[in-house]
Design a protein around this ligand. Structure first.
Ligand SMILES: Cc1ncc(COP(=O)(O)O)c(C=O)c1O
Length: 412
Protein backbone atom coordinates (compact mmCIF):
# COMPACT_ATOMS: atom_id res chain seq x y z
CA UNK A 1 0.00 0.00 0.00
CA UNK A 2 1.43 3.42 -0.90
CA UNK A 3 1.55 6.33 1.54
CA UNK A 4 -1.20 8.04 -0.47
CA UNK A 5 -3.62 5.12 -0.17
CA UNK A 6 -2.82 4.71 3.50
CA UNK A 7 -3.62 8.36 4.10
CA UNK A 8 -6.98 7.88 2.45
CA UNK A 9 -7.78 4.71 4.38
CA UNK A 10 -10.16 5.44 7.25
CA UNK A 11 -9.13 3.52 10.34
CA UNK A 12 -11.30 5.59 12.71
CA UNK A 13 -15.08 5.41 12.97
CA UNK A 14 -17.07 7.99 11.00
CA UNK A 15 -19.54 8.64 13.78
CA UNK A 16 -19.00 9.17 17.49
CA UNK A 17 -21.45 8.97 20.38
CA UNK A 18 -20.85 12.35 22.02
CA UNK A 19 -22.79 11.46 25.18
CA UNK A 20 -20.85 8.24 25.69
CA UNK A 21 -17.52 10.03 25.23
CA UNK A 22 -18.50 12.67 27.80
CA UNK A 23 -19.63 10.10 30.35
CA UNK A 24 -16.38 8.13 29.91
CA UNK A 25 -14.49 11.39 30.39
CA UNK A 26 -16.31 12.07 33.66
CA UNK A 27 -15.54 8.57 34.89
CA UNK A 28 -11.94 8.01 33.76
CA UNK A 29 -10.17 11.28 33.02
CA UNK A 30 -8.73 13.34 35.89
CA UNK A 31 -10.95 16.35 36.38
CA UNK A 32 -8.36 19.01 35.64
CA UNK A 33 -10.36 20.80 32.95
CA UNK A 34 -13.73 22.55 32.88
CA UNK A 35 -14.82 21.41 29.43
CA UNK A 36 -17.64 22.62 27.21
CA UNK A 37 -20.18 19.85 26.47
CA UNK A 38 -19.02 19.51 22.86
CA UNK A 39 -17.06 16.70 21.19
CA UNK A 40 -15.23 17.93 18.11
CA UNK A 41 -14.64 15.23 15.55
CA UNK A 42 -13.28 17.01 12.47
CA UNK A 43 -11.47 20.18 11.49
CA UNK A 44 -10.58 21.84 8.20
CA UNK A 45 -9.03 25.28 7.89
CA UNK A 46 -10.82 27.59 10.33
CA UNK A 47 -13.86 25.30 10.65
CA UNK A 48 -14.68 22.54 13.15
CA UNK A 49 -17.50 19.98 13.26
CA UNK A 50 -18.91 18.35 16.39
CA UNK A 51 -20.27 14.85 16.93
CA UNK A 52 -23.78 16.09 16.06
CA UNK A 53 -22.57 17.39 12.69
CA UNK A 54 -22.80 21.08 13.70
CA UNK A 55 -20.27 23.39 12.02
CA UNK A 56 -18.29 26.02 13.95
CA UNK A 57 -16.03 28.91 13.00
CA UNK A 58 -12.94 28.43 15.15
CA UNK A 59 -11.66 31.66 16.75
CA UNK A 60 -9.61 29.82 19.37
CA UNK A 61 -7.43 27.47 17.27
CA UNK A 62 -6.92 25.07 20.17
CA UNK A 63 -5.66 28.09 22.19
CA UNK A 64 -3.34 29.66 19.61
CA UNK A 65 -2.04 26.28 18.46
CA UNK A 66 -3.56 25.51 15.07
CA UNK A 67 -2.06 28.64 13.53
CA UNK A 68 -2.23 27.63 9.86
CA UNK A 69 -5.64 25.99 10.23
CA UNK A 70 -6.89 22.51 11.02
CA UNK A 71 -5.41 19.61 9.08
CA UNK A 72 -3.50 21.74 6.58
CA UNK A 73 -2.81 19.36 3.64
CA UNK A 74 0.91 20.10 3.65
CA UNK A 75 1.20 19.29 7.35
CA UNK A 76 -1.11 16.27 7.16
CA UNK A 77 0.82 14.82 4.22
CA UNK A 78 4.15 15.46 5.94
CA UNK A 79 2.96 13.67 9.08
CA UNK A 80 1.64 10.71 7.08
CA UNK A 81 4.81 10.39 5.01
CA UNK A 82 7.14 10.76 7.97
CA UNK A 83 5.06 8.34 10.08
CA UNK A 84 5.72 5.75 7.39
CA UNK A 85 9.42 6.57 7.18
CA UNK A 86 10.88 7.33 10.63
CA UNK A 87 9.32 8.81 13.76
CA UNK A 88 11.83 8.60 16.56
CA UNK A 89 15.43 7.55 17.16
CA UNK A 90 16.26 9.35 20.48
CA UNK A 91 18.67 12.22 20.92
CA UNK A 92 21.59 9.80 21.07
CA UNK A 93 21.56 9.99 17.26
CA UNK A 94 20.87 12.59 14.59
CA UNK A 95 17.69 12.72 12.55
CA UNK A 96 17.34 14.53 9.22
CA UNK A 97 15.07 17.36 10.43
CA UNK A 98 16.15 18.60 13.89
CA UNK A 99 19.22 20.58 12.80
CA UNK A 100 17.56 22.14 9.69
CA UNK A 101 14.60 23.16 11.87
CA UNK A 102 16.98 24.70 14.42
CA UNK A 103 18.66 26.65 11.60
CA UNK A 104 15.28 27.84 10.32
CA UNK A 105 14.09 28.94 13.77
CA UNK A 106 17.35 30.78 14.44
CA UNK A 107 16.99 32.60 11.12
CA UNK A 108 13.45 33.66 12.00
CA UNK A 109 14.25 34.80 15.55
CA UNK A 110 17.85 36.06 15.65
CA UNK A 111 18.72 33.33 18.17
CA UNK A 112 21.75 31.03 17.77
CA UNK A 113 20.98 27.69 19.47
CA UNK A 114 17.84 25.61 20.04
CA UNK A 115 16.78 22.99 22.58
CA UNK A 116 13.72 21.00 21.50
CA UNK A 117 11.03 19.67 23.83
CA UNK A 118 7.28 18.98 23.71
CA UNK A 119 5.42 21.85 25.36
CA UNK A 120 5.51 25.45 26.50
CA UNK A 121 6.14 24.54 30.13
CA UNK A 122 9.12 22.41 29.12
CA UNK A 123 10.49 25.20 26.93
CA UNK A 124 10.22 27.62 29.87
CA UNK A 125 11.71 25.09 32.29
CA UNK A 126 14.72 24.90 29.99
CA UNK A 127 14.96 28.71 29.96
CA UNK A 128 14.85 28.81 33.79
CA UNK A 129 17.61 26.18 34.02
CA UNK A 130 19.79 28.06 31.53
CA UNK A 131 19.24 31.28 33.52
CA UNK A 132 20.19 29.69 36.85
CA UNK A 133 23.33 28.00 35.53
CA UNK A 134 24.32 31.13 33.58
CA UNK A 135 23.80 33.29 36.70
CA UNK A 136 26.07 31.09 38.80
CA UNK A 137 28.75 31.24 36.12
CA UNK A 138 28.49 35.04 35.93
CA UNK A 139 28.19 36.05 39.60
CA UNK A 140 28.39 32.93 41.78
CA UNK A 141 25.98 30.66 43.66
CA UNK A 142 23.81 33.51 44.98
CA UNK A 143 22.88 34.74 41.50
CA UNK A 144 19.75 32.66 40.89
CA UNK A 145 16.83 35.08 41.27
CA UNK A 146 14.33 35.58 38.46
CA UNK A 147 11.81 38.39 38.04
CA UNK A 148 8.45 37.59 36.40
CA UNK A 149 5.17 39.54 36.20
CA UNK A 150 1.81 39.53 37.90
CA UNK A 151 -0.84 38.08 35.62
CA UNK A 152 1.74 36.00 33.78
CA UNK A 153 1.34 32.40 32.69
CA UNK A 154 4.38 30.23 32.02
CA UNK A 155 3.18 26.66 32.61
CA UNK A 156 2.26 24.05 35.22
CA UNK A 157 5.55 22.39 36.21
CA UNK A 158 6.92 23.40 39.63
CA UNK A 159 9.41 25.84 38.08
CA UNK A 160 7.00 27.38 35.62
CA UNK A 161 4.07 27.54 38.05
CA UNK A 162 6.39 29.46 40.37
CA UNK A 163 7.22 31.80 37.48
CA UNK A 164 3.47 32.16 36.86
CA UNK A 165 2.64 34.99 39.25
CA UNK A 166 -0.98 34.03 39.88
CA UNK A 167 -1.79 32.69 43.37
CA UNK A 168 -4.73 30.60 42.09
CA UNK A 169 -2.32 28.35 40.17
CA UNK A 170 0.32 28.27 42.92
CA UNK A 171 -1.48 27.95 46.27
CA UNK A 172 -2.28 24.18 46.20
CA UNK A 173 1.31 23.28 45.40
CA UNK A 174 3.32 25.38 47.85
CA UNK A 175 6.12 25.49 48.85
CA UNK A 176 7.22 26.93 45.54
CA UNK A 177 10.68 27.06 43.96
CA UNK A 178 12.82 29.70 45.73
CA UNK A 179 14.22 32.81 44.09
CA UNK A 180 11.28 34.31 42.17
CA UNK A 181 10.11 37.93 42.48
CA UNK A 182 6.99 39.36 40.85
CA UNK A 183 6.63 42.84 39.40
CA UNK A 184 3.51 44.57 38.10
CA UNK A 185 3.35 44.37 34.28
CA UNK A 186 4.40 47.49 32.37
CA UNK A 187 5.94 49.08 35.50
CA UNK A 188 9.68 49.55 34.93
CA UNK A 189 10.32 51.26 38.29
CA UNK A 190 8.87 48.23 40.11
CA UNK A 191 11.18 45.92 38.14
CA UNK A 192 14.19 48.08 38.97
CA UNK A 193 13.37 47.85 42.68
CA UNK A 194 13.48 44.02 42.48
CA UNK A 195 16.72 43.69 40.51
CA UNK A 196 20.03 43.11 42.30
CA UNK A 197 23.36 41.29 41.95
CA UNK A 198 21.37 38.14 42.69
CA UNK A 199 19.14 38.51 39.61
CA UNK A 200 20.03 36.25 36.69
CA UNK A 201 16.97 36.78 34.49
CA UNK A 202 13.76 38.66 33.79
CA UNK A 203 11.06 36.57 32.14
CA UNK A 204 8.08 38.10 30.34
CA UNK A 205 5.29 37.34 27.90
CA UNK A 206 5.44 40.22 25.38
CA UNK A 207 1.65 39.88 25.27
CA UNK A 208 0.07 38.18 28.27
CA UNK A 209 -2.38 35.59 26.98
CA UNK A 210 -3.98 33.66 29.81
CA UNK A 211 -4.73 36.76 31.83
CA UNK A 212 -6.76 38.35 29.04
CA UNK A 213 -4.54 39.58 26.15
CA UNK A 214 -2.49 42.34 27.75
CA UNK A 215 0.30 43.66 25.51
CA UNK A 216 3.48 45.08 27.00
CA UNK A 217 4.14 48.59 25.76
CA UNK A 218 7.11 48.83 23.38
CA UNK A 219 8.64 51.38 25.79
CA UNK A 220 8.39 48.96 28.71
CA UNK A 221 9.89 46.00 26.83
CA UNK A 222 12.68 48.21 25.50
CA UNK A 223 13.34 49.55 29.02
CA UNK A 224 13.59 45.94 30.25
CA UNK A 225 16.16 45.26 27.51
CA UNK A 226 18.21 48.26 28.67
CA UNK A 227 17.90 47.22 32.33
CA UNK A 228 19.14 43.73 31.46
CA UNK A 229 22.04 45.09 29.39
CA UNK A 230 23.11 47.51 32.12
CA UNK A 231 23.01 44.86 34.86
CA UNK A 232 24.17 41.79 32.88
CA UNK A 233 20.85 39.99 33.25
CA UNK A 234 19.19 37.65 30.73
CA UNK A 235 15.93 38.75 29.12
CA UNK A 236 13.65 35.76 28.47
CA UNK A 237 10.62 36.24 26.22
CA UNK A 238 7.93 33.60 26.57
CA UNK A 239 6.55 33.51 23.03
CA UNK A 240 4.59 30.31 23.58
CA UNK A 241 1.25 32.03 22.91
CA UNK A 242 2.13 35.27 21.11
CA UNK A 243 4.85 33.85 18.85
CA UNK A 244 4.74 32.01 15.53
CA UNK A 245 3.42 34.86 13.46
CA UNK A 246 0.06 36.00 14.79
CA UNK A 247 1.21 39.49 15.81
CA UNK A 248 2.41 40.26 12.27
CA UNK A 249 6.03 39.31 12.99
CA UNK A 250 7.28 35.83 13.82
CA UNK A 251 7.69 36.84 17.48
CA UNK A 252 5.67 39.20 19.65
CA UNK A 253 8.91 40.80 20.88
CA UNK A 254 9.86 41.56 17.25
CA UNK A 255 6.56 43.42 16.86
CA UNK A 256 7.48 45.40 20.00
CA UNK A 257 11.06 46.03 18.81
CA UNK A 258 13.18 43.98 21.23
CA UNK A 259 15.67 41.10 20.85
CA UNK A 260 15.77 38.95 23.99
CA UNK A 261 18.54 36.56 25.07
CA UNK A 262 16.22 33.57 25.32
CA UNK A 263 12.98 32.86 23.47
CA UNK A 264 10.56 30.06 24.30
CA UNK A 265 7.99 28.64 21.88
CA UNK A 266 5.43 25.86 21.62
CA UNK A 267 1.71 25.97 20.68
CA UNK A 268 1.71 27.07 17.00
CA UNK A 269 5.20 25.79 16.21
CA UNK A 270 3.87 22.57 14.62
CA UNK A 271 0.18 23.37 14.01
CA UNK A 272 -1.14 21.02 16.68
CA UNK A 273 1.63 18.43 16.77
CA UNK A 274 3.11 18.60 20.30
CA UNK A 275 6.40 20.47 20.22
CA UNK A 276 8.26 23.12 22.19
CA UNK A 277 11.57 24.90 21.78
CA UNK A 278 13.87 27.05 23.87
CA UNK A 279 16.15 29.29 21.80
CA UNK A 280 19.06 31.35 23.04
CA UNK A 281 21.90 33.49 21.81
CA UNK A 282 25.34 34.53 23.06
CA UNK A 283 26.62 32.84 26.21
CA UNK A 284 23.06 31.78 27.11
CA UNK A 285 23.09 29.61 23.98
CA UNK A 286 26.16 27.65 25.08
CA UNK A 287 25.46 27.41 28.83
CA UNK A 288 24.00 23.90 28.76
CA UNK A 289 26.48 21.08 28.10
CA UNK A 290 26.00 17.30 27.77
CA UNK A 291 24.29 15.93 30.85
CA UNK A 292 22.73 19.23 31.94
CA UNK A 293 19.34 18.79 30.31
CA UNK A 294 17.43 16.49 27.98
CA UNK A 295 14.09 15.34 26.67
CA UNK A 296 13.28 11.88 25.29
CA UNK A 297 10.81 12.98 22.65
CA UNK A 298 12.28 16.45 22.09
CA UNK A 299 13.20 17.19 18.49
CA UNK A 300 12.21 13.77 17.10
CA UNK A 301 11.99 13.35 13.34
CA UNK A 302 8.20 13.35 13.14
CA UNK A 303 7.73 16.53 15.22
CA UNK A 304 10.54 18.40 13.45
CA UNK A 305 9.32 17.48 9.95
CA UNK A 306 5.85 18.69 10.98
CA UNK A 307 7.22 21.95 12.33
CA UNK A 308 9.26 22.57 9.17
CA UNK A 309 6.12 22.07 7.07
CA UNK A 310 4.20 24.45 9.36
CA UNK A 311 6.86 27.17 9.08
CA UNK A 312 6.92 26.78 5.30
CA UNK A 313 3.18 27.38 5.17
CA UNK A 314 3.40 30.45 7.45
CA UNK A 315 5.98 31.94 5.09
CA UNK A 316 4.61 30.73 1.71
CA UNK A 317 1.05 31.83 2.48
CA UNK A 318 2.21 35.20 3.88
CA UNK A 319 0.30 34.55 7.09
CA UNK A 320 2.21 37.12 9.15
CA UNK A 321 1.19 40.21 7.14
CA UNK A 322 -2.24 38.59 6.72
CA UNK A 323 -2.59 38.28 10.53
CA UNK A 324 -1.63 41.90 10.96
CA UNK A 325 -4.14 43.11 8.37
CA UNK A 326 -7.07 40.91 9.41
CA UNK A 327 -6.32 41.46 13.11
CA UNK A 328 -6.45 45.22 12.55
CA UNK A 329 -9.83 44.86 10.83
CA UNK A 330 -11.12 42.70 13.72
CA UNK A 331 -9.91 45.12 16.40
CA UNK A 332 -11.44 48.11 14.62
CA UNK A 333 -14.75 46.25 14.30
CA UNK A 334 -14.67 45.38 18.02
CA UNK A 335 -13.91 49.02 18.90
CA UNK A 336 -16.93 50.06 16.81
CA UNK A 337 -18.96 47.49 18.74
CA UNK A 338 -17.71 49.10 21.96
CA UNK A 339 -19.17 52.40 20.74
CA UNK A 340 -22.50 50.62 20.23
CA UNK A 341 -22.39 49.08 23.72
CA UNK A 342 -20.36 51.53 25.86
CA UNK A 343 -21.92 50.31 29.10
CA UNK A 344 -21.10 46.65 28.49
CA UNK A 345 -17.72 46.71 26.71
CA UNK A 346 -14.80 48.15 28.65
CA UNK A 347 -12.00 47.62 26.11
CA UNK A 348 -11.09 45.87 22.86
CA UNK A 349 -7.34 45.27 22.74
CA UNK A 350 -4.62 43.18 21.17
CA UNK A 351 -2.07 42.93 18.40
CA UNK A 352 -2.68 41.12 15.11
CA UNK A 353 -4.76 38.00 15.63
CA UNK A 354 -4.35 37.98 19.38
CA UNK A 355 -7.36 39.90 20.57
CA UNK A 356 -9.20 40.35 23.86
CA UNK A 357 -12.60 41.90 24.54
CA UNK A 358 -13.09 43.06 28.13
CA UNK A 359 -16.54 43.73 29.57
CA UNK A 360 -17.53 46.05 32.42
CA UNK A 361 -19.76 43.30 33.81
CA UNK A 362 -19.12 39.58 34.43
CA UNK A 363 -20.83 38.52 31.18
CA UNK A 364 -17.96 36.79 29.35
CA UNK A 365 -19.19 33.26 30.09
CA UNK A 366 -22.77 34.05 29.02
CA UNK A 367 -21.51 35.58 25.79
CA UNK A 368 -19.27 32.60 25.19
CA UNK A 369 -22.31 30.33 25.53
CA UNK A 370 -24.10 32.53 23.00
CA UNK A 371 -21.14 32.34 20.59
CA UNK A 372 -20.96 28.56 20.87
CA UNK A 373 -24.70 28.29 20.26
CA UNK A 374 -24.17 30.52 17.19
CA UNK A 375 -21.43 28.19 15.92
CA UNK A 376 -18.37 30.22 16.97
CA UNK A 377 -15.57 28.87 19.15
CA UNK A 378 -13.76 31.31 21.46
CA UNK A 379 -12.71 31.26 25.10
CA UNK A 380 -13.54 33.23 28.27
CA UNK A 381 -10.57 34.12 30.45
CA UNK A 382 -12.17 34.82 33.81
CA UNK A 383 -15.61 36.41 34.05
CA UNK A 384 -14.94 39.58 32.09
CA UNK A 385 -12.71 38.83 29.07
CA UNK A 386 -13.25 36.93 25.83
CA UNK A 387 -10.07 35.77 24.09
CA UNK A 388 -9.78 35.37 20.32
CA UNK A 389 -6.67 33.64 18.96
CA UNK A 390 -7.97 32.17 15.67
CA UNK A 391 -6.04 30.31 12.98
CA UNK A 392 -4.02 32.92 11.07
CA UNK A 393 -5.93 32.05 7.88
CA UNK A 394 -9.22 33.64 8.99
CA UNK A 395 -10.67 36.35 6.77
CA UNK A 396 -12.20 39.75 7.39
CA UNK A 397 -15.61 38.16 6.67
CA UNK A 398 -14.95 35.57 9.40
CA UNK A 399 -14.18 38.41 11.82
CA UNK A 400 -17.39 40.20 10.84
CA UNK A 401 -19.34 37.00 11.54
CA UNK A 402 -17.91 36.94 15.09
CA UNK A 403 -18.69 40.63 15.62
CA UNK A 404 -22.27 40.13 14.38
CA UNK A 405 -22.74 37.22 16.79
CA UNK A 406 -21.36 39.33 19.64
CA UNK A 407 -23.71 42.17 18.72
CA UNK A 408 -26.70 39.79 18.84
CA UNK A 409 -25.53 38.39 22.16
CA UNK A 410 -25.04 41.83 23.71
CA UNK A 411 -28.39 43.04 22.39
CA UNK A 412 -30.16 40.10 24.00
C1 LIG B 1 2.60 32.20 27.47
C2 LIG B 1 2.52 30.74 27.81
N1 LIG B 1 3.60 30.12 28.29
C3 LIG B 1 3.58 28.82 28.60
C4 LIG B 1 2.44 28.07 28.46
C5 LIG B 1 2.44 26.62 28.82
O1 LIG B 1 2.42 25.86 27.67
P1 LIG B 1 2.04 24.29 27.73
O2 LIG B 1 0.60 24.20 28.12
O3 LIG B 1 2.31 23.81 26.32
O4 LIG B 1 2.93 23.67 28.71
C6 LIG B 1 1.29 28.68 27.97
C7 LIG B 1 0.03 27.92 27.83
O5 LIG B 1 -1.04 28.44 27.69
C8 LIG B 1 1.33 30.05 27.64
O6 LIG B 1 0.24 30.68 27.18
Amino acid sequence: MTTETLVQTKTLPDTFDGNLIQSLDRQYVMGTYGRQPIVFVRGEGARLWDSEGKEYLDFLAGIAVVGIGHCHPKVANTIAKQAHTLMHVSNLFHNPFQAPLAEKLCGLTGMERVFFCNSGAEANECALKIARKWGKQQRGAECFEIVTFTGSFHGRTMGTVTATAQPKYQAPFEPLVPGFHYAPYNDIEAVKSLVSERTCAIMIEPIQGESGINPATPEFLQALRTLCDTNNILLICDEVQCGMGRTGHFLGCQTLGVVPDIVTMAKGIADGFPMGACLARGSAGTTLVPGDHGCTFGGQALACATSLATLEVILEENLMPHSKRVGHHFLQALKALQNEFPNSIKEARGIGLMVGLEFSLPIAKNLLAHLLASGIVANAVGDTVLRFVPPMIVTEEDCDQVVDALRNGLAS
